[in-house]
Structures are given as C-alpha cells and as structure tokens.
Design a protein around this ligand. Structure first.
Ligand SMILES: *Cc1c(COP(=O)(O)O)cnc(C)c1O
Length: 400
C-alpha cells in the first residue's frame, strides 16, 4: 500500500480510452462513448474479485459508508456501534444521517472487541460497523453471531483491508453491506472513489439510486427518469473509474508484494522477545498492508516510534498520538463542533463522550506501532529496513 506507487502504463491506457471519447460521466451518452463504460466494468470486476453480487461505485469511501447506512434505512436517532480506532470517516458518515455513533473498545486485533460490542447494544442499536484497520480484521464469526441474535445490520468498512479474507471470503463481502475506499493512499487507488458491496438486491438498488439523486436508472434518457426517493450526488467519474479498473486488476500482484515485504520485516522483529504481534482472528488472511505490533508499554512505544523516525524508518505510526485515527484527539467530535445545528437527539446521544474513558483501547493503541508496507521497496531496501528496525527497537528496549 498504496497502489499509486505502481501507477503506470496500464492505468494510462484505461484513462486514455476515456479521454479519446471525452465522455467523463458514468451514465448516459451511449452513442458517444465508443463502448467504454469504465465504472460499470470496474463494478463487474469488483463483483468477481470480491465475490459479491452487487458493487456500487461512488465518489469516496466516506460516501460509501454514508450510502451503505442510508441503503439499510439507518437514520435519525439510530445507534451505530463503531470502534475507537478507525478513521474519522466512520463517525462522519453516521452523523451525516442524523444517527448516533456509539464508540466501543478494540481488542488485540486492533478492531472491534465483540464483548464491548455486546455490552453497548441498546433498543436503539441498528447496526454494527467493524472497521478492518491496517490490513487485518475483526472477529467476524463473533460479530455475525451477535448481529443474528440481536437482529442488527453488519456493515464492514474494509477500506484498509481490500484483498484480505476471512475463512476464504474477501473482507467487505461478509456483512450485510461492505465499504471500500479507492482514495489516493489505499491499496487500490482511483485517485478518489469508493464502493458499496452487498449481496442484498434491495440495498444494491438503494445504493444505485441514492448515489445519483434518486434516479431510477431505467432507460437511457436521464431527463425522463423518475425519482422513487430522495438522493444526492455521490457519483464517481469515468476517469477515476478507469484508474481504479487498471489498479484492481493488479490487486493479487500488490498483495503478493506486500506479503513478501511484510514477512521479511516480521521475521526480523520476531527475534525481539518483548515484541508481540496483533492477533489475526482464526481463519483470517491479512492484506499485509501494515505490520502491526505491540511493545511492553506506552512510553516504550512512544520512544520507539520517535527513534524509528530519527533513524529514517518512515511510515511507522504510533496511532495513540495521531489526530485522525484514534478517539483521544477527536476533540471536534467530543465537543460537537459542527458548522450547523445538529439534532437534539444526536447531541444527547453523544454526551457519553464527555466522560467515558477507553482504558482497554488506550492500552492496545498506546503500545502499538503500525508500519506501512510499501509496494515499491527493493529487496535490499526491505532488508536494510528490517535490520534498522530491529536495532533501533532493541536499543530503545535496552535503555528503558
Ligand atoms: C480511507 C478510509 C475511509 C474513507 O475513505 P475516503 O475515500 O478517503 O473517503 C473510511 N474508512 C477507513 C478505515 C479509511 O481508511
């Protein structure tokens, strides 16, 4: 990760197909487009590769989560359970619909702790949203069971784990709905873009219409289409879809490169007895886009992260101190800093954030370092990095 590291001729060819006809819009203009339907083709390829009946491409991963929630009928006052460690997009999407984000602890998978999920269920809970952070997954077996028992919707955010599988099934294809991001730093990039995945034909139809002003997409005269319900514009352009199409065809190649690099780094770090690795649920196969490990305590992790940076080992994140991915720094959510008034029900529903603490999440995220695995490294570079990481972390541990 990210796919842009290997951007080249294949991407250029797909984009040129679109430029040759000049039809940048994914719908209509049938006669002008020389048979090029990049968004449709990318949707079909996603359906095949990710083993899902319906893929709806949209303008971003954040839009995908918003649309997935809307497609399932989640809105005002509904509670959606999400993890404390994620990307801000998770609560943005929930808030957009007037629903209430209920944040719960993560465990040593670095994703939703099923026990914390179960404890957070109330009569208002409508959905559980695992976010498969850093290339690996939540315990989907446990979450499926909870959703069945409580009749809840399971919505996977697989933006950071495209290419990973659980019990042989691609992440994003397991829940009632799945979401992907194709933004510039994801494993498969379209520049900007996202996708909603589902096997449910009703949700698929909702996503198709909601992402394009409610258009029914019947026939090829847009002006004559009806609007069965309110929608918005979350469309992807043909140019973005063209890039995504070339990239998706390379997904297996990208995952294989990541796995090789990941294994070399992991082997080096596993010789340090104080280091433990994130737990991958049984039956899980990572996308290997990050190598995530734990140090004995928060201070050591903080020092190790700083030392790695000082020694030129880039892209190793100590998310505990990060502004985007962990609840500790989400002041704008805790203090409800919005540009516009928000519903009283949502305000009330978010009051818990003023006082609630998340010791279990703090303990895991505080001790965690997650290193991005790049696609463009040479074997020499990975070896050098592995040695550096081992030496730097050993030296920090000796001093502490
Ligand atoms: C990137 C990301 C998103 C949002 O995707 P955008 O395409 O940037 O809107 C959502 N969730 C997670 C976990 C992400 O990493």
């Amino acid at each position: 990760m990210p796919g842009f590291e290997l951007f080249g001729d294949k991407e250029r060819k797909e984009v040129n197909d679109v430029l040759d006809s000049g039809v940048l819009m994914r719908y209509g203009f049938d006669g002008m487009r020389n048979g090029h339907w990049k968004a449709k083709e990318l949707e079909q390829t996603l359906e095949e590769k990710l083993q899902v009946k319906h893929a709806q491409l949209v303008s971003s991963g954040t839009a995908a989560v918003t649309i997935a929630l809307a497609a399932a009928g989640i809105g005002a006052g509904d509670e959606v359970i999400m993890p404390t460690f994620t990307f801000v997009a998770s609560f943005e999407a929930i808030m957009m619909l007037g629903a209430i984000p209920v944040l719960v602890d993560i465990d040593d998978t670095l994703t939703l702790d099923p026990k914390a999920v179960e404890a957070a269920i109330t009569p208002k809970t409508k959905a559980i949203m695992p976010v498969h952070m850093c290339g690996s997954m939540a315990d989907m077996g446990a979450l499926i069971k909870i959703c069945k028992e409580h009749d809840l919707i399971l919505l996977e955010d697989s933006s950071q784990a495209t290419g990973a599988t659980y019990k042989g099934k691609p992440l994003g294809s397991i829940g009632d709905l799945g979401c992907l991001s194709l933004d510039f730093v994801k494993i498969i990039t379209a520049g900007e873009g996202g996708a909603v995945l589902t096997n449910n034909p009703k949700y698929a139809l909702h996503a198709d219409r909601f992402s394009d002003h409610g258009h029914d997409h019947k026939g090829n005269d847009r002006g004559a289409e009806t609007h069965p319900f309110l929608g918005y514009n979350f469309r992807i352009s043909e140019l973005h879809a063209a890039v995504g199409l070339a990239q998706l065809k390379r997904l297996d190649e990208f995952v294989a490169i990541q796995k090789k690099n990941y294994n070399m780094l992991r082997e080096a770090l596993s010789r340090i007895p104080e280091i433990t690795f994130r737990t991958v649920p049984e039956g899980g196969e990572e996308s290997y886009s990050f190598l995530s490990f734990f140090l004995p305590d928060i201070e050591t992790a903080r020092k190790a992260s700083a030392a790695l940076k000082d020694h030129g080992v880039d892209a190793c994140f100590h998310y505990y101190d990060n502004n985007w991915h962990y609840i500790r720094k989400w002041e704008h959510l805790k203090e409800l800093k919005t540009l516009y008034p928000i519903p009283a029900e949502v305000k009330e529903g978010l009051k818990y954030l003023q006082t609630k603490t998340f010791e279990q999440s703090d303990s895991y995220i505080g001790r965690n370092i997650s290193c991005l695995i790049k696609l463009s490294w040479t074997e020499e570079e990975v070896k050098e990095r592995a040695n550096k990481m081992r030496n730097v972390i050993t030296s920090v541990l000796t001093k502490s």
